[in-house]
Design a protein around this ligand. Sequence first.
Ligand code: R5P
Length: 259
Amino acid sequence: MDWGMKNRFSRILNAKTGRCLMLAVDHGYFQGPTTGLENLGKMVNPILPYSDALMITRGALRTWIPAETDKPVVLRVSGGQSILKELSNEIITTSIQDAVRINASAVTCSVYVGGEYEKETIGNLSQIVNEGENYGIPVLAVTAVGKEMVRDARYLGLACRICVEIGAHMVKTYYCENFEKIVEACGKVPVVIAGGKKIEEKAALEMASNAIKAGAVGVDMGRNVFQSDNPVGMIRAVRAIVHENVSVAEAYKIYQSRS
Ligand code: R5P
């Protein structure tokens, strides 16, 4: 890895623990005003200090996040579809030059393995890896799962490994049983999990804990933080799991605290 890419990457992965707690708030790029993010700045700015990085689109960043933030930005550069149409029909929306202008620490796009536009989304990943290599910007590949796919280690392992082979520097996928197999399939490329749909807080903390135990380097969580009744408590609880290896019971107490 070249110095610039290594430097950007090290802003995302905590130097002490080698792990990462990313806050994902890019949902609006195809979902519009997602519950909890209607006023994105009001929700995100109080919880941002507890995250290591922010996953967001350029429009949301420029609209709601102060440029003075010291949090590294993982910039969502794909889009072009909405929840009203075929989700895999994505294009690259944001140029690498704009990612540089924004001072992004990484760029990210979704890959729909098995989806209608599988080839195009793998093409999108290829394009941003090529550009990222040119400019020293790492790429996070997101394995997006169509409704018809089963979220098991076989499918997610296939999707993640394709992202690694195309050249992604980090992979984001869903937690499932036998998660170790997915981590193994990615070799040296770090894997983070998405939170997925809002579930009960204890279950979300258990999922994060199990993923870390199975070899994930971290969590890129959105709805299970910002749709919680205590978003600050929840992000602090996930942070303790990711960086301090606390038990789920201890993390749950952190979630419940309002201090
Ligand atoms: C989905 O396309 C986006 O990349 C989300 O940021 C991602 O799924 C993570 O958010 P959540 O934890 O809400 O699933």
